[in-house]
Design a protein around this ligand. Structure first.
Ligand code: LLP
Length: 420
């Protein structure tokens, strides 16, 4: 996270001191570095420079319109998985021919929305969805480009909740049925097959499952071409893992990943589509929090902070590790083992167990690292806690890109029936 550095013993995002943002917006908040996002996008795209390649950022990772705009300005498309994401991408000015519509349960309304507003392609996940898309397209008198997402039955060797490429997962159509479904798709009016889609999971740290899946997709592409289908695009999904700071974890580089994709697919002459999410934004953001209390427990100390599981659910949901660092770099300070917890009334509201951290006291500021992806977007208002604001840093300036709602605004959203 090289845009996040200590200067004069204070953690900065680029040239802005986090303490300065904290005094302006209060804690907790998320902070993102525009430069980090730009650099990530550019280096990712460079890794595929030997291929005809397009990137559709998986906006589920972080869908703030400011982030979408940063990436859109660099030429990125968007991978969307709901009508809401589709409209958000459009609101951020992403041209519709750069929007890929993925997702396992697209509703009739969502299909209608995307066809009327324009879409680069649908990544279709089932036969009934294929029929629905064809029906809507035919009613609107247009022909819609699509790929079919294939489930290659490969174990991505990641957390079970974010593994998507095994036959027992709900995603895609089984690869063994692929030729049959492509033949069926070709028989439908109003849809046009343009390629194949695959996505085997997220936070993937081993390139071998990718290799195994991609070899299967390469073979399928050849077979489908022999069957007479146009296979001009291959969408390889996202999933490349990032460094969450756990010792002993070897992180594959995007260059190795790019080399693998290039080696396997270069002979096909297809456009290769990629849908990275976490890799672009994960290590481009922090969640900043402050200490409410230091509580002495029986045999352990609890650092109770003002961020909670509703602001960063990854530790509770996936046993995920996020590094925790102080905002004030106090190199002389001692360190101790703490359980770092939030104020929510669940034992699951625990960010770290017996983690060695620099000693902190009430009101000290701290940062959860790697919070640019799957943090703000997965937040909830559990315990009537307002959604945490988002701040974007660009060099020496910062701006609130989503404000903290007031508690009153949250309360006012309820409708109490007049019979009560
Ligand atoms: N394409 C498709 C079809 C996807 O389902 C996903 C992620 C991506 C691309 C982007 O994957 P990425 O490059 O970000 O790994 N909430 C979980 C991650 C869920 C990922 C869901 N799909 C987490 O916090 O780890």
């Amino acid at each position: 996270m090289d845009n996040f550095n200590y200067k004069k013993r204070e953690l900065h995002v680029d040239k802005v001191a986090i303490r300065e943002i904290a005094s302006s917006v209060g804690t907790p908040f998320y902070v993102y570095s525009q430069r980090a996002i730009e650099k990530k996008y550019q280096s990712f795209s460079k890794a595929f420079s030997k291929l005809n390649c397009s990137i559709s950022y998986a906006m589920k990772a972080n869908s703030n319109q400011a982030i979408l705009k940063i990436l859109g300005n660099l030429g990125s498309g968007m991978d969307v998985v709901s009508g809401g994401e589709y409209l958000r991408a459009k609101a951020a000015g992403i041209p519709s021919d750069r929007i890929v519509f993925s997702g396992v349960g697209k509703t009739n309304e969502e299909i209608h929305l995307a066809i009327s507003g324009g879409v680069r392609q649908f990544n279709v996940e089932s036969e009934p969805e294929l029929i629905e898309i064809s029906r809507v397209a035919s009613n609107l008198n247009v022909t819609v480009p699509l790929t079919i997402r294939v489930n290659p039955d490969i174990d991505a060797k990641t957390h079970s909740k974010i593994s998507t490429g095994k036959s027992q997962n709900k995603f895609g159509i089984p690869i063994i049925n692929a030729r049959e479904i492509y033949a069926f798709a070709a028989s439908l009016s109003s849809v046009k097959i343009v390629g194949i889609d695959v996505h085997i999971g997220s936070q993937i740290l081993d390139l071998e499952p990718y290799r195994a899946a991609f070899l299967k997709i390469h073979k399928l592409a050849m077979d489908l071409r022999l069957d007479g289908h146009e296979i001009s695009r291959i969408d390889l999904g996202g999933g490349l893992g990032i460094d969450y700071g756990l010792n002993d974890t070897k992180i594959p580089s995007h260059l190795e990943y790019g080399a693998l994709v290039t080696e396997i697919f270069k002979d096909l002459g297809c456009e290769i589509e990629l849908e990275p999410g976490r890799w672009i934004v994960g290590n481009s953001g922090l969640l900043i929090s402050s200490v409410i209390y230091l509580k002495k427990g029986e045999g352990r100390d609890f650092l109770i902070v003002d961020a909670a599981m509703n602001d960063l659910i990854r530790p509770a949901l996936y046993e995920a590790h996020h590094e925790i660092i102080p905002i004030a770099e106090n190199i002389e300070s001692s360190s101790s083992l703490y359980d770092v917890v939030g104020p929510v009334c669940e034992t699951g509201d625990t960010f770290a167990v017996q983690r060695e951290i620099i000693d902190m006291k009430k009101d000290d500021l701290l940062a959860f690292k790697s919070a640019g992806a799957y943090a703000a977007v997965m937040a909830s208002e559990y315990n009537t806690r307002p959604l945490v604001p988002e701040v974007l840093v660009n060099g020496d300036k910062f701006l609130l890109i989503r404000a903290r709602p007031t508690i009153q605004e949250m309360i006012d959203r309820d409708q109490v029936p007049d019979w009560l």
